[in-house]
Design a protein around this ligand. Structure first.
Ligand code: PLP
Length: 376
């Protein structure tokens, strides 16, 4: 059967009518900016994420820029970024006029290569570093990484765009970060009805700075203590997210079950999906298979296309290999695991409420593609 790579239209019973009612009421009240929905969302976020403060903003990319600016990162400051992440992680550094340096990643969990990271700190003396928690968990080295940054005076930003609901040592992953960011892009684990994001921190001063920067540097309505920009989350996005919050546990449980199902079924085909390190509770954001045999990978992708089964390659190219990186990238530390990941990564359909039948169809198609090799 046909299986989409992602389907975000599988709303819970009653969700759409609750949303329509809310839109009608908020429209009648012209409740479009700030107000009760935004306040309620920020309260829910800080509770759920285990942080003292949650500041809503326009999107996950702005959230990273806000975090960088709040930490005082600006012109000519060096910032380390992983070589395998979404482009926004790199972009945010360039957009605050800082100098990005890439660091290789680990093929075990997709996180930063700690040895290369340490080498880069020694050589570059960065003011800050960003790591990205990809695929639904974080790096195995998270505790060591945070301690290293603290010890060397490197301000660590954790790009948690994909990590909503992830736990580390039984606490929300965001709770132990100096400052972390989240994206509510519709396809993320907690998705809005458009663009939205947030910055999370336990530091009151950082939270105040983020809030000020996200609202034109305002100190009062027509008083400006800084040059920020407009990165406010609108009230309708907050309302949609508040409604979605009621279902977040069920959505994450469904994603996790699907991720587990793939891990149960795929090894028999000789494919072992990447897994969260043992200290994590994953959120089931993404399935990750590494298929190093290029011919085999092509054959699998051809079969999936023929059977109209969606798949992803997250990400098909490293940061350092992008044409847009060339004018800005100062250096790269570590090896080429990022490139190896880009060449071999295959992501199978995974989203909240995917059915067992759909997963079985995906596995069946893979099995067929691998059998074809035996027959050839
Ligand atoms: C989605 C994503 C972003 C950007 O978030 P937007 O809300 O789309 O701006 C940044 N980093 C990572 C790792 C992401 O997955």
């Amino acid at each position: 059967m046909k299986v989409p790579f992602i389907d975000i239209a599988r709303h819970e019973e009653g969700f759409r009518s609750a949303w329509s009612d809310k839109v009608a009421r908020m429209t009648a009240e012209t409740q479009f900016m700030g107000g009760a929905e935004v306040k309620a969302l920020e309260d829910q976020l800080s509770t759920y994420c285990g942080t003292s403060f949650a500041v809503s903003c326009a999107n996950g990319t702005d959230a990273i820029q806000l975090a960088l600016r709040a930490l005082g990162v600006g012109r000519d400051d060096v910032v380390l970024v992983p070589n395998a992440t979404f482009w926004a992680t790199f972009e945010a550094v360039v957009n605050v006029n800082a100098i990005p340096v890439t660091v290789d990643i680990s093929l075990t969990d997709g996180g930063i290569d700690l040895a290369a990271f340490e080498e880069a700190i020694e050589a570059e003396k960065p003011k800050a570093a960003i790591v990205a928690h990809l695929y639904g968990w974080g790096t195995n080295a998270l505790t060591a990484l945070r301690a290293l940054c603290l010890e060397r005076g490197v301000q660590l930003i954790e790009d948690g765009a994909q990590a909503f609901g992830v736990t580390h040592d039984n606490a929300p992953i965001y709770a132990g970060a100096l400052i972390s960011t989240v994206s509510f892009y519709p396809a993320k684990v907690l998705g809005a009805a458009g663009d939205a994001g947030a910055v999370l921190t336990n530091d009151a001063e950082l939270a105040t700075r983020v809030r000020r920067l996200s609202n034109h540097g305002r100190t009062e309505h027509y008083g400006f203590g800084d040059v920020g920009w407009n990165s406010r989350m609108d009230s309708l996005q907050a309302a949609y997210l508040n409604l979605s919050f009621d279902h977040i546990d069920a959505r994450i449980a469904s994603r996790r079950a699907a991720a587990d199902e793939y891990r149960r079924l795929l090894p028999a085909l000789g494919i072992v999906p990447m897994a969260a390190p043992p200290s994590y509770g994953e959120n089931g954001y993404c399935n990750v298979c590494l298929i190093e045999d290029a011919a085999q990978k092509t054959r699998i992708e051809d079969v999936l296309r023929t059977k109209e089964i969606g798949f992803g390659n997250i990400y098909p190219g490293t940061i350092a290999s992008q044409a847009g990186a060339k004018p800005y990238l100062k250096a790269h530390y570590g090896g080429d695991n990022g490139d190896r990941l880009s060449r071999s990564v295959l992501n199978l359909p995974l989203f909240a409420y995917i059915t067992q039948r759909e997963i079985a169809s995906v596995v069946e198609a893979l099995s067929e593609a691998l059998d074809a090799r035996g027959a050839a």
